[in-house]
Design a protein around this ligand. Structure first.
Ligand SMILES: Nc1ncnc2c1ncn2[C@@H]1O[C@H](COP(=O)(O)OP(=O)(O)OP(=O)(O)O)[C@@H](O)[C@H]1O
Ligand SMILES: [Mg+2]
Ligand SMILES: [Zn+2]
Length: 424
């Protein structure tokens, strides 16, 4: 195949060509460069992807008659022979013989052969859908050229008149325009799938975060504001906002207070808030309905109860436990994008515990990773428990947020009935 390509000013210097967006013009040149010696391009969609264009560019080239698409997904540059002259000793004939047979040449311009319309038109429309139009990712409405004509028939569902349209270059005549009511139904079905899939993916993220079923229910919406927790609630809400905007310059929060004041609740509300705000693309959600998680969407937050984490690590190192790898657990805590350590300081302190905690805190401190701690301790008692190295880093990393008031464990505790919702 000759590896140089030419473009005739008779084609590319016309208003018809220059009126197109630059992206469509660029696509034309790229298709021209990659066409074989007869102007055929085997996979126009790949070229489209390669140049970062959008499907409208390709549709436009079809619609304006600069490129002719075939059912097979191949296309041909219509003015190829006006653009190019290839010496016979270099010329290699097209391998797309079937497509070529559908064309005639009139003064160096390809057209469908007169009989072709009949040939292609005789294909079932569904065939065209899959083999040509859909194959090149083009919505039929974007390539159709002729104005809608009334068909004289009515939609059996809504009674609206059915219209017809033609796609001259691929020889489709009198194809039915999909009724708006059918489009609306399809869109509604798609939206229902997106909603369902989004809920499934978010549920998986909650499971993946490490929060138990009860904690998965702790959301800002359920958190009751009171005198002792208002400032903490505001700080948590602000943290979520800042974090999502990439502006949480501080390393996190340390929620301090007596038992039952809602520290764990608020930390989980942060986790659930971030999970709920994590964008999920529509097509992920649609696929997520079938339990598909090809994109491996993991939770943006990792939650550990401090005592539980240490217990699991210890069991693993002792060769007991649930077969978890202790080093991997520590690694997970160290490298989580946002780590919640619940009940920090509640564990029985030993040199080993101090080492593990230091390992985690030091790594996160050094790497400026965000951390939310809940603790019954105060900054002073933390220092006594863990020593200065850990306490100083925590104080530097996290804004201390006091939570006061009476224990809500009995008064505001969530009713058992709402726990059922945990199974979402
Ligand atoms: N603001 C609140 N709104 C609704 N329920 C709350 C609130 N604060 C706490 N509760 C309820 O009180 C109970 C204790 O809350 P939580 O576990 O968050 O307390 P804590 O501060 O973490 O306590 P501890 O120090 O013992 O771990 C939970 O059942 C929770 O549902
Ligand atoms: Mg707690
Ligand atoms: Zn209808």
């Amino acid at each position: 195949m000759a590896n140089r390509r030419m473009f005739s000013l008779d084609i590319v210097n016309t208003d018809k060509f220059l009126e197109m967006p630059m992206t469509a013009q660029a696509l034309y040149f790229h298709l021209g460069m990659r066409a074989d010696d007869d102007g055929f391009v085997a996979s126009p969609v790949s070229v489209l992807r390669m140049v970062g264009g959008c499907k409208d560019d390709l549709s436009l080239l079809f619609a304006k008659g600069f490129v002719i698409p075939f059912n097979s997904g191949v296309c041909v540059v219509r003015h190829w022979k006006s653009n190019n002259y290839i010496q016979s000793d270099r010329y290699r004939p097209a391998i797309h013989v079937e497509e070529k047979a559908l064309l005639t040449e009139d003064r160096n311009v390809y057209e469908f052969a007169p009989s072709t319309t009949g040939v292609i038109d005789s294909n079932p429309v569904s065939d065209l859908d899959t083999r040509c139009i859909q194959h090149v990712s083009i919505m039929d409405t974007q390539v159709r050229l002729e104005l809608d004509n009334p068909s004289g028939r009515n939609c059996p569902d809504c009674g609206a008149e059915i219209m017809l349209y033609d796609i001259p270059y691929i020889g489709v005549i009198g194809r039915e325009v999909e009724c708006q009511c059918v489009k609306d139904q399809k869109e509604q079905k798609r939206l229902d799938l997106v909603t369902k899939g989004t809920a499934i993916i978010r549920k998986e993220m909650r499971e993946d975060s490490g929060m138990g079923k009860r904690y998965q229910l702790y959301t800002f919406g359920r958190f009751k504001r009171s005198e002792g927790n208002g400032a903490a609630l505001d700080a948590a809400l602000r943290f979520v906002e800042d974090y999502c905007a990439g502006q949480a310059k501080y390393g996190g929060l340390m929620l301090c207070g007596n038992a039952g004041t809602g520290k764990t609740f608020l930390a989980c509300a942060i986790a659930n808030g971030l999970i709920d705000r994590r964008p999920i693309k529509d097509d992920w959600a649609e696929k997520g309905c079938d339990g598909w998680n090809g994109y491996n969407i993991s939770s943006p937050v990792t939650f550990f109860g401090m005592a539980d984490l240490l217990q699991r690590v210890r069991s693993s190192f002792n060769g007991q436990g649930a077969g978890e790898n202790g080093a991997e657990l520590i690694e997970r805590a160290k490298s989580a994008k946002l780590l919640i350590l619940d009940d920090f300081g509640a564990e029985k302190i030993s040199d080993w515990v101090r080492e593990v905690v230091y390992d985690i805190i030091e790594f996160r401190y050094q790497n400026v990773l965000h951390t939310v701690l809940t603790t019954n301790e105060t900054p002073i008692s933390l220092k006594e428990k863990y020593g200065e190295r850990i306490a100083d880093r925590v104080r530097n990393m996290c804004v201390t947020v006091p939570m006061t008031g009476k224990s809500q464990r009995r008064t505001a505790a969530m009713p058992a009935s709402s726990e059922k919702e945990a199974v979402l």
